[in-house]
Each structure stands twice: as C-alpha cells, then as structure tokens.
Write a protein that binds this ligand. Sequence first.
Ligand SMILES: Nc1ncnc2c1ncn2[C@@H]1O[C@H](COP(=O)(O)OP(=O)(O)OP(=O)(O)O)[C@@H](O)[C@H]1O
Ligand SMILES: [Mg+2]
Length: 348
Amino acid sequence: MAIISSNIGDDFSFSKKELRLVDSKIIPEEKRNINLNLARPLTLKEFIGQEQLKTSLRIAIDASIIRKEPLEHTLLHGQPGLGKTTLAFLIAHEMNTKCKVATAPAIERPRDIVGLLLGLKEGEVLFIDEIHRLNKLTEELLYSAMEDFRLDLTMGANRGARCRTINLPKFTLIGATTKLASINAPLRDRFGISQKIEFYSNNELKQIVVNFARLINLNLDDEASYNLSKISRGTPRIALRLLRRVRDYAQVIVKTNVISKDLVKKALNSYQIDENGLDSLDRQYLSFLNLNQDIPIGLDSIAAGLGDDSSMLEFVVEPYLIQIGFLRRTPRGRLLTELGKKYINQKK
Ligand SMILES: Nc1ncnc2c1ncn2[C@@H]1O[C@H](COP(=O)(O)OP(=O)(O)OP(=O)(O)O)[C@@H](O)[C@H]1O
Ligand SMILES: [Mg+2]
C-alpha cells in the first residue's frame, strides 16, 4: 500500500493554546447548533422520512455498538437543506459520542486538519461539511488517517526533511456534500458508508412542519400544514423557513397563534410567495427565459442576465421549476415548457 506523506513544513508544534485556536476557528458551528436549531431531531426515530437510509444506518450503528467500534466513515450527499448536518449530529448522538465540526474551506493549512485529528478522542466523530472543497494536501493527510488511523507527516525540507508517523485514536469521519461528483475517488472510496439523501414527500414534510409547529407553540390546522408542505420543494429547510415566516405574520399582523390555510395564503402573499410556492426570484428567472421564447439559454447566460450565482440557480431555483413542469434542461440550454409560459404570461 502506498504511503502518502504530506509535507506540513517546519511549524509542526502545537501548543495547547494553538490547538484551541484551531478549534475555535474551525468549529464555530458546534456551539451554534446546540441551542438555535431547535428542530434538529437527535435520534433516528425522531428523524422523519428517508426510510431506506434510516434502516441502513440503524444496522450499521447497532453493529458498531455491539462490536464496541466506531462507526465506519460515512459520506452523506444530497441537495441543500435535506438533513445532512442534522444526520451527522444525530449519528454522533446515537453513537453516544461527541461531534466536532469543520467546514472544508476553513481547513486551509495541513496543520488545521492535523490539529483537528489530534484533538479527537477514541470513538469521536469528526464532521467535515462541504467535503468536496478540501484542498489536496488536507485530502492526502486524510487518506491514511481514515484508512489506518495514522498520520504520515514530513517536516522540514530537502536534506533536513524528516518523516514522522503519529497514531490516531479510532474515529469516525462524516463528510457531507451537495456535489458528490466533485469528490476524488480515493477519498470517496475510503467512506465505508455512503448515503444519498432524497427529497421528501409532501406527507413527510407535513409531519416535519407539524412537529416544528408544536415545538414553537403554533396551532396549525391540517390543511394549513399540508399547503405549506406542498410548496416546500421537498426540502425541510424551506418548509421550516416558510413556517417561521407564517408565524411572524400571524403574530405581528393578525396577533394569533392559530394558523388556518387562509392565513398561510395571506402570509405567503405578503412575502410575494404564490400558491405554487414560487417567489420573486423564480418569477424573474421564468420571465428572463420567456423573453427569449423558444431559444434555449445556457445557465451562465441566465446567471449573468439575472446577476445571480449560477450554482444557486442550478441547485435551488431550477430543480423545483423542473419538478412542477415549468422548465426543461436540454443539452443546448434551458427552455420554458408550455405550462411555464402560461404561468408567467398570466403573472404579467
Ligand atoms: N428528516 C428531518 N426531520 C426533521 N427535520 C429535518 C429533517 N431533515 C432536515 N430537517 C431540518 O431541516 C433543516 C435543514 O437541515 P440540515 O441543516 O441538516 O440540511 P443540510 O443537508 O445539512 O443542508 P446544507 O447542504 O445546506 O448544509 C434543519 O433545521 C433540520 O432540523
Ligand atoms: Mg449542512
């Protein structure tokens, strides 16, 4: 087996103070997640939907607990807002261990990842969000850390270079990504478990909405919760965000915590979200395509025309427009469907 050893330069000496600095720079989210995100379920039982994923994870977690071993490294991939971060925390909770959090772009220097790995204790979880954005050196250090729980480091340069191997405690790396295809194969293959998170059905979203409403003391009727779920693009984050906006409207304008389907409609209209769940950006997008009638347009041209980020359009705006039959992606570019044209012409 090839040993990849990464040169981390001469500065490999962490005082306790430095390690804490590395931690506080890279793990700001850990603290934030404890209190602010009330809606994060902590056990697989409380986690709504994703039945196949939950069954596989349940077996893997129980097997690890029986064998008294850490869970195998786990890769979670799927669109934004579907529950990757939630699952990472949940897995650590189910394994009865701590979860340290880092986002890949914040792990700039080799010493950052070394610091994180050395800070882990046996069985702990290291969660790296946006793992497709790791730089090459960090990724190479992770190879032996993941496979053999060992760090192979080269310190110094040229003649003064010396190798050092450090054994690590057995840990679980959980990686999350919205871009599976951007992860290099050697890294991807080192995850023993790889799970895709799918969009949620309306009924599953409704359950998530109902649970959250209960948590924030809102009395939401059946139709209100279903109508909210229907326009939430299969995505819990959107459903919860819409519910919070409805709560604001209900509390400030109507002064009530009882939410009917009419109140949902009024509240969403006040935020320019229509009965299809489309907002002003969706409508700008559709109007832009409508200007060009039946000529397909490339994503970058649309992004430039709207002054928006192309990956935001690709991952947030387009999937839902395709899902409701308003948009088609063709090899030559994006096209409005007849349904899409009808909708946007009515809105003029
Ligand atoms: N199955 C679920 N049951 C209940 N709540 C959920 C579920 N999935 C996600 N949520 C809630 O939806 C919100 C978004 O989830 P989360 O932050 O885990 O998404 P993510 O996949 O990590 O998104 P991103 O790719 O943007 O980081 C959170 O408030 C979370 O509690
Ligand atoms: Mg996340």
